[in-house]
Design a protein around this ligand. Structure first.
Ligand SMILES: Nc1ncnc2c1ncn2[C@@H]1O[C@H](COP(=O)(O)OP(=O)(O)OP(=O)(O)O)[C@@H](O)[C@H]1O
Ligand SMILES: [Mg+2]
Length: 161
């Protein structure tokens, strides 16, 4: 089962808004993979997700950390934010216990999450960011699996109203 759609962002503010609208809908164990060009807006979109989830922590780019974890106000793990950009081989995923973390009861957001074909999760929303010009981005969205298809329909319902 695979469902596709496309959204347009004409500004950074719009990207934050789209992320926030998705963040409101996300439940623990949902997986969102973010792919596309360098500097396309994946980290800022994640910042929107964090806002939508009601987490107060600041997002810093996890490029040098690979994984940044966010807790909710009760101190419970709420979001794992990965950035696989700096990993060179699929085996390195084991060094960071990628699959162990994916099983944690938290929302999972993975920048460059489509990098290793053998490491794709079972059910995930993939958002491919395409840079059109300085301000404009196209988000190409594919839902892989039943849960992410429901999520995509809900998200589109929120954003196209
Ligand atoms: N419509 C837009 N949506 C998102 N970012 C935009 C938009 N227009 C301009 N920008 C700018 O593009 C940059 C996006 O940076 P960001 O770190 O979010 O990209 P990224 O995809 O995470 O990059 P990387 O692959 O290096 O992690 C920011 O400087 C932001 O201000
Ligand atoms: Mg980034």
């Amino acid at each position: 089962m695979s469902l596709s759609s496309q959204l347009r962002s004409e500004s950074l503010a719009k990207t934050l808004e789209l992320g926030s609208a998705l963040g409101i809908l996300l439940q623990p164990s949902d997986v969102v993979l973010l792919s596309g060009d360098l500097g396309a807006g994946k980290t800022h979109f994640t910042k929107g997700i964090v806002k939508g989830m009601g987490i107060k922590n600041e997002v810093t780019s996890p490029t040098f950390n690979i994984l940044v974890q966010y807790e909710d106000s009760e101190g419970t793990l709420a979001l794992n934010h990965f950035d696989l950009y700096r990993l060179e081989a699929e085996e390195e995923l084991d060094d960071i216990d990628y699959f162990g973390h994916l099983e944690e009861d938290a929302v999972q957001v993975v920048e460059w999450g489509d990098k290793f074909a053998g490491a794709l999760p079972e059910d995930y929303l993939n958002i491919d960011f395409v840079v059109i010009d300085e301000q404009e981005r196209i988000l190409r969205i594919d839902a892989h699996g039943p849960r992410s298809s429901v999520l995509l329909k809900e998200w589109l319902g929120e954003t196209t109203r």
